[in-house]
Ligand binder design. Structure first.
Ligand SMILES: C[S@@+](CC[C@H](N)C(=O)[O-])C[C@H]1O[C@@H](n2cnc3c(N)ncnc32)[C@H](O)[C@@H]1O
Length: 211
């Protein structure tokens, strides 16, 4: 697949990424060039790579605080690598079990010279961290109630879930009341990001972990 079908860069990219735009462009171009052959993105995603994927991820950057953030099921690097590019002041650990995807993530970390990222080849439920996470992100991994056991145990007391979701986000919270009690997640709510700025908004489920 050539760059010819890649979506032109939206104007919002410069607003959202500032001096990290050039690095984000390089990542987006790499993903456009190799993503399909590596099975990271479908062929239909190229015409919406910026809007649907890269900016969808970048919109979350202002919600992160300096500290340690984990991204569960990073896959192509969404949102983990985009956020690591956008927020060099935050440390990231990308958690991904599939060997080929881990190889891609490590290649990108090296090529883009990202010094704030480590990659763990593991399923989230098997991860044992020396320090627990301040925040955890995930995108397109599973429904909120199934995501809770994969994410909440990795987070420190008072830390936060920041889970990228679709239009059904509030319904996912409503369906996860039992699991929220079990995994001690409180104050779950939906926040909409990017209204008036990007073509597609990003919805996140936020929640506080009490352990
Ligand atoms: C549909 S892909 C989404 C990838 C990326 N987050 C995105 O938005 O494009 C789901 C990813 O979650 C990973 N995954 C599935 N089960 C997992 C688990 N138990 N722990 C960590 N990652 C998992 C898969 O290997 C895959 O890369």
């Amino acid at each position: 697949m050539t760059d010819a079908t890649l979506e032109p860069e939206p104007a919002a990219a410069a607003t959202l990424l500032g001096d990290r735009l050039e690095l984000t462009r390089r990542f987006t171009e790499n993903l456009a060039k190799h993503g399909e052959e590596l099975g990271l993105i479908g062929p239909l995603e190229l015409p919406r790579l910026w809007t649907r994927h890269v900016l969808n991820s970048a919109l979350v950057a202002p919600l992160l605080r300096p500290g340690l953030v984990g991204d569960v099921g990073s896959g192509a690097g969404l949102p983990g690598l985009v956020l690591a590019i956008a927020r060099p002041d935050v440390q990231f650990v990308l958690i991904e079990p599939m060997e080929r995807r881990v190889a891609w993530l490590n290649d990108q970390v090296n090529e883009l010279e990202l010094s704030n990222v480590s990659v763990l080849r593991e399923r989230a439920e098997d991860v044992r961290l020396t320090a627990r996470l301040d925040q955890v992100t995930a995108r397109a991994v599973s429904a909120f109630k199934k995501l809770l056991p994969l994410t909440a145990p990795l987070v420190r007391d008072g830390g936060e879930l920041v889970l990228l979701k679709g239009a059904n986000a509030q319904n996912e919270i409503d369906a996860a009341q039992k699991e929220m009690r079990k995994y001690k997640v409180s104050d779950a709510r939906v926040q909409v990001l990017g209204e008036g700025l990007t073509e597609d908004v990003t919805r996140v489920i936020l929640g506080t972990v009490r352990s």
